[in-house]
Ligand binder design. Structure first.
Ligand code: ATP
Ligand code: MG
Length: 423
């Protein structure tokens, strides 16, 4: 991508109507556009980050047998009445709308009911199970406070997965496989070391715990107690002597931390499947309940969380796996040799599948180009100028390094072709 063509521009001034650092940085870097509180559009560079996160999640969900689908945003009222979740007194953050005829509709805030309904056409026998399906799509919630930038949106992107099993034991196995996939997702995103599987409330209909994935952060809304040795935590909401004992945790080993919920997995038993009358016939012809689980990841919350976590006083510092490009190629000047060398490197890197932001702008000073490379958080910056062309080298700097180094073409290709190991 050539910056001379990119319609977004960086901004030196912080947006007046934002308090959250993640939104401030992402707006200044031209990654997102604030439509209104809690509602953000993704511009080309922000969309790349979002898509990179989705792709990692998709690969890990596919690896545990997830089948991707896409559900609808418009929801029929009757479906939600069957499980008693339509009433605003029960679920208080619905957005609702109406057909021209006056018939009320819900605007999808979660998808347990519609998924069970869709699968009911295909699941009747024990031979049809187990099934794991997932989707990545926008959810709409009328959140009371939307002050944390992308962390709490009224319209936001979520990955939600659902499992359907024949027995509790079969469910438990799927649940643990998916928990392991969740750990891999957070490691690949570079926050594995600060993200804890956290025992949390399972809801009123089950004695079981749910598991939240909580990333330790000073901006977190949640409080958790972490056992650093066991690498697990317990949410303050269920922090009782009885629960500590059930989880085999000792008060003395726990450290209190603020955290952000980046994912959540839930045993649903047969609450929704039974309520919607979806069951299967076992091998002796008897009707049995289907055991369900649901598994969420806050995709857009992660964009905000990662922006917040990987940043310094100059701007964003993306890990390679999610950066909108691997290389920021800054061309200084318009000398024929410089343009030729920069164009050649751009073409050869792009040809090798390495994503490059090519700063070919003629009207930007070197200092502006360097500041933009830093603000956008691109992992590697390569400078081509009359000096580097004369010396036959390239100036290379990692976003987190203090100084640049001068390298040969061979060495440059070697470094840029290396895939960064994930945390
Ligand atoms: P929270 O406790 O933060 O309100 P939740 O428990 O309601 O979230 P789920 O319904 O389980 O969340 O949604 C799955 C995941 O979606 C959450 O773990 C979180 O990462 C993300 N998420 C939930 N609500 C929002 C929101 N308003 N904006 C952005 N992401 C969200
Ligand atoms: Mg929660």
């Amino acid at each position: 991508m050539r910056l001379s063509q990119l319609f977004t521009k960086t901004s030196k001034t912080s947006p007046a109507d934002e308090e959250a650092r993640n939104a401030i940085l992402l707006i200044q870097a031209g990654f997102i556009h604030k439509e209104m509180a809690g509602v953000y559009a993704y511009l080309p560079l922000g969309l790349r980050v979002l898509e990179n996160i989705k792709q990692i999640v998709r690969e890990e969900m596919d690896a545990v047998g997830g089948q991707e689908l896409m559900m609808t945003t418009l929801q029929p009222r009757e479906l939600w009445e069957k499980t008693n979740r339509w009433d605003d007194k029960i679920v208080d953050n619905w957005f609702k709308t109406k057909l021209a005829s006056g018939i009320e509709l819900g605007v999808g805030l979660t998808h347990e009911e519609p998924i069970v309904d869709a699968l009911s056409s295909y699941i009747s026998s024990y031979k049809d199970l187990p099934v794991t399906v997932y989707q990545i799509q926008n959810k709409f919630r009328n959140e009371k406070r939307a002050k944390s930038g992308l962390l709490r949106g009224r319209e936001f992107v979520m990955k939600d997965m659902y499992t359907f099993a024949r027995t509790q034991a079969e469910h438990d196995e799927l649940y643990e496989q998916i928990a392991a996939a969740y750990s891999r997702v957070y490691s690949r995103l570079g926050i594995g070391d600060v993200t804890y599987r956290t025992a949390a409330d399972g809801g009123y209909f089950t004695e079981r715990f749910s598991d939240e994935y909580q990333t330790v952060s000073p901006i977190g809304e949640d409080t958790i107690y972490v056992d650093e040795t066991k690498k697990i935590a317990i949410n303050q909401e269920i922090y009782t002597d009885e629960n500590l004992e059930k989880l085999g945790l000792n008060k003395a080993d726990l450290v209190e931390k603020k955290s952000v919920e980046v994912g959540n997995i839930f045993p649903l038993e047969s609450k929704y499947t039974d309520a919607l009358g979806v069951q299967y016939t076992d091998d002796s012809g008897k009707k049995q309940s289907i055991i369900m689980g649901c598994y969420g990841i806050g995709i857009s919350r992660l964009v905000g969380m990662l922006a917040e976590h990987f940043a310094d006083d100059k701007g964003l510092v993306w890990p390679e796996a999610i950066a909108p490009a691997k290389v920021y190629l800054a061309r200084l000047g318009i000398d024929e040799d410089v343009v030729k060398a920069a164009d050649e490197l751009y073409n050869s890197l792009q040809g090798a599948g390495i994503e490059v932001l090519y700063d070919d702008r003629e009207d930007a000073r070197p200092g502006e180009k360097f500041a933009d490379a830093d603000l956008m958080g691109i992992p590697y910056r390569v400078v081509i100028s009359t000096k580097t062309v004369a010396a036959g080298t390239y100036e290379l700097k990692h976003r987190t390094a203090a100084d640049a180094e001068h390298v040969s073409h061979a060495r440059l290709e070697e470094i840029l072709h290396t895939v960064e190991a994930s945390a």
